[in-house]
Design a protein around this ligand. Structure first.
Ligand code: PLP
Length: 765
């Protein structure tokens, strides 16, 4: 499949790119997959575009919503999302930059910058730097230094000169009274990863000001957190007259921006008709940019770039290889200067599953997404080290650690690897490596689930399946052990249970393969309404028994989960005066919610009595309203917790009827029926015996939430329970932690249960 794609592209492409022989078809976080399903650690980030990582649901959702509202809208009319983005850019860019020309690429941003500089100053000269890169259209190319790029296209734009970088006296000599602007990068990226000195940049800014020239800073590659601050110029204490942005601005959607300072605007020459772009400022890209900026801020990715960048440079500097001349860079823009041409090393890295970039002929450039996990970055550095030292393994041999510590260590490390829904790739890779070291057969399946088994093949046998999940909800909780409590996002829900599964399966496997295969699955997307991981395995196995990995405490098993129905509603009206007779969209939406609540109260009085598990429980999860002077819109999400044997279709019909009369548009999503098994199943009995045998007092639980049991239970049958260490009241809280002794107790319990259930070839259901 990959080869076909490559042939097809080679047949029809322009031929201007030197390509690597891989066809990338999917990405998640800092992992890319080729058409054959092989994964790669991404140290290219789409040439610095994917700072927030691949496969971001936030960007997909923003694009989908905007695409349904409005995709195109030229700048000759106003637009809501564009207005919000312009305001946001003014808030986040350095002081003095308050006006923006939106375009579609870095090159266009540079072209725009030159036009505005010439307009504002009435001068023609542009001073650029040796080794600088600013793009490849005729104007931008004139400022790019590399002669292979420039010479075939001469004559280029006149009055462009190149001076030595980091050399103020060269600038003094070059800036004349015909210089419109000086353009620099703060880290020359394509030109070899050279970092500008602070005194140079400050001196240059002063010189430009003194001589009436403008300072253009090209942050197309260094922007959006890459070097440790949102923009690199924040680290230099300079305010450019023009700032060029692109690449990561819209999370992967093409977009550029020319940010204009006071000296440009006060010239009074940036007037109607001076510049333009059909696609510039289109609402689709603006929506993606707003969502991208939210992610960058919320996940504090600039700080992450500083920490990981320092760590990476330190490790790279410690590699003993005569090939390495220097390691340099800022944040996660890293250059390794070699004494040889870099191309063969890039090819070797690609073969070993790392995609990296060149920066000039002999510099290896690492430009990973800022969301890369430390483990993934370390793995990439290990492979670089192996390739540059010619050794087969630079990874120190693991210390011999006592089993119990190793089990705690596994969970602790799992907690340090972020794994939000749809970003589980790094954790999955880590788990595969660990499970293999623990004697299990492990791999990542086609939907991204981690799978580990006591047997290489199932050979038609009905396995015991332990189905946990890898993803967590957002929220960074520093990982630490304090007074026997292990803190970290996912400690309870559900990395604790998943780690306990792996350890228990490994303990059983260490005594020889059991009669019946044990398969541990770390599913993806349990926390998302999609449950993609569980849906991906539900038809793959016909288990004899299944344990779902969710916290129940080490002394209890869960035998039931409620069902769920999620409803998104939207009501929009033409704006009316608040004193007028018409109901506002907010009033219509809240009246609908009141109706939902009253209906549930009545239903519960009739059917549920005092039992919460048997009750119909609606909650208003979200309500938003917008008003643009012409139309008011209220949107809301209602989530129902549904009892067992509940008629969901009848509820949906009822809601639709109410919605119809109120002119509300409803979309149903995330529907799951409740699932309950019983205390007499063999698995529940095995747990009772195991908990007693390990000194505990067993109990049963029913849960008001949902889990992957709702997905697989209806297909896999009754011999199923949920089990795992941890107090589920701590799920999704900022205080999420697990007792270390409870975690190890759960492994003991699971080991007993697995010995019991996997030692028999046939189980009486
Ligand atoms: N300026 C810098 C510093 C760049 O790194 C690049 C691209 O690598 C450009 C300009 C050109 O941007 P684009 O390829 O989006 O046109």
């Amino acid at each position: 499949m990959g080869t076909n794609l490559i042939e097809l592209e080679n047949t029809y492409t322009s031929g201007v790119y030197g390509k690597r022989p891989v066809a990338i078809v999917r990405g998640q976080g800092a992992t890319l997959w080729d058409a054959e399903g092989r994964s790669y650690i991404d140290c290219m980030a789409g040439h610095g575009v994917a700072n927030i990582g691949h496969g971001r649901s936030e960007i997909a959702a923003a694009l989908a919503a905007q695409a349904q509202r409005l995709i195109t809208c030229p700048e000759v009319v106003y637009n809501d999302v564009r207005a919000r983005l312009l305001e946001r850019l003014a808030q986040i860019t350095p002081a003095g930059l308050e006006h923006f020309f939106l375009c579609n690429s870095g090159t266009e941003a540079v072209e725009g910058a030159f036009k505005f500089a010439r307009l504002a100053t009435g001068r023609t000269g542009i001073v650029a730097t040796l080794r600088g890169f600013h793009g490849r259209s005729m104007g931008a190319l004139s400022a790019t230094w590399e002669k292979h790029y420039r010479e075939p296209f001469a004559p280029l734009v006149p009055d462009v000169s190149h001076i030595r970088y980091n050399d103020l006296s060269a600038a003094e000599a070059a800036i004349t009274d015909n210089t419109a602007a000086v353009i620099i990068e703060l880290v020359q990226a394509e030109g070899g990863v050279h970092v500008a000195q602070e005194a140079y940049v400050q001196g240059l800014a002063a010189l430009c000001r003194e001589r009436g020239a403008l300072l253009i800073i090209d942050e197309i590659q260094t922007g959006f957190g890459r070097t440790g601050t949102l923009f690199a110029c924040e680290q230099y204490g300079v305010e450019p007259d023009i700032l060029c942005l692109a690449k990561s601005l819209a999370g992967g959607v093409p977009m550029g921006a020319v940010c204009l300072g006071q000296r440009v605007m006060e010239s009074g020459r940036v007037t109607r008709g001076a510049h333009g772009s059909t696609f510039g400022g289109n609402p689709l890209a603006c929506a993606a940019a707003l969502a991208t900026l939210d992610v960058l801020e919320r996940e504090n990715l600039a700080t992450r770039a500083v920490e990981l960048g320092e760590h990476a440079r330190e490790r790279l500097r410690s590699i003993q290889s005569p090939l390495i001349r220097e390691v340099r860079g800022r944040g996660l823009l890293i250059g390794i200067e070699l004494s040889k041409r870099v191309q063969p090393y890039l090819e070797a890295l690609c073969e070993r599953g790392v995609l990296a970039l060149p920066a000039g002929p002999n510099v290896l450039r690492l430009l990973p997404p800022l969301v890369i996990s430390q483990e993934q970055l370390d793995q990439a550095i290990d492979i670089i080290s192996e390739i540059l030292t010619g050794s087969t393994s630079s990874v120190p041999l693991p210390e011999v650690v006592p089993v119990q510590n190793r089990e705690v260590d596994l969970l602790q490390r799992m907690l340090t690897i972020p794994s939000l829904s749809r970003q589980e790739g790094a954790l999955a890779r880590y788990l595969v490596e660990q499970a293999r070291q623990m004697g299990l057969h492990a791999y990542i399946d086609e939907v991204g689930n981690f799978v580990a088994s006591t047997h290489a093949e199932l050979d038609g046998q009905q396995p015991v399946v332990l189905l946990g999940h890898m993803d967590t909800v957002p929220g960074n909780i520093p990982v630490r052990i304090e007074n026997g409590l292990l803190f970290g996002r996912g400690a309870v829900d559900a990395k604790g249970p998943l780690a306990a599964f792996i350890c228990a399966a490994a303990r059983v496997a260490s005594g020889g393969a059991p009669a019946r295969p044990i398969v541990v699955v770390g599913a993806v997307e349990e926390e998302a309404a999609t449950s993609r991981g569980a849906r991906g395995v539900v038809n793959r196995y016909q288990p004899s028994a299944c344990i779902i990995g969710e916290p129940s405490s080490s002394q209890a098993v869960t035998i039931g989960y409620k069902g769920r129905l999620l409803i998104d509603g939207c009501v929009s009206h033409q704006s009316s005066h608040s004193a007028g007779p018409l109901q506002s969209s907010n009033e219509v939406a809240t009246a609908f919610w009141e109706r939902v609540r009253r209906h549930a109260d009545e239903w519960n009085q009739e059917h549920a009595g005092a039992s919460t598990f048997a009750a119909l429980l609606p909650s208003l999860r979200r309500i938003n309203s917008e008003h643009d002077g012409l139309e008011e819109r209220t949107s809301f999400t209602i989530g129902y917790r549904l009892p067992p044997n509940f008629d969901i279709a009848a509820l949906r019909e009822q809601l639709q009827r109410w919605a119809y009369t109120d002119d509300i548009h409803l979309i149903f999503s995330g529907e799951e029926v409740a699932f309950q098994t019983n205390r007499a199943i063999p698995l529940a009995r095995a747990f009772m015996a195991a908990i007693r045998a390990t000194g505990g007092q067993p109990t049963f639980k029913n849960k008001t939430g949902t889990s992957d049991m709702n997905v697989v239970g209806p297909v896999w049958g009754q011999n199923i329970v949920a089990y795992g260490p941890g107090d589920s009241r701590l799920d999704h809280t900022p205080n999420e932690h697990i007792r270390v002794d409870e975690y190890t107790h759960a492994i003991d319990v699971l080991e007993h249960v697995l010995h019991e259930t996997a030692s028999q070839r046939e189980i009486a259901l």
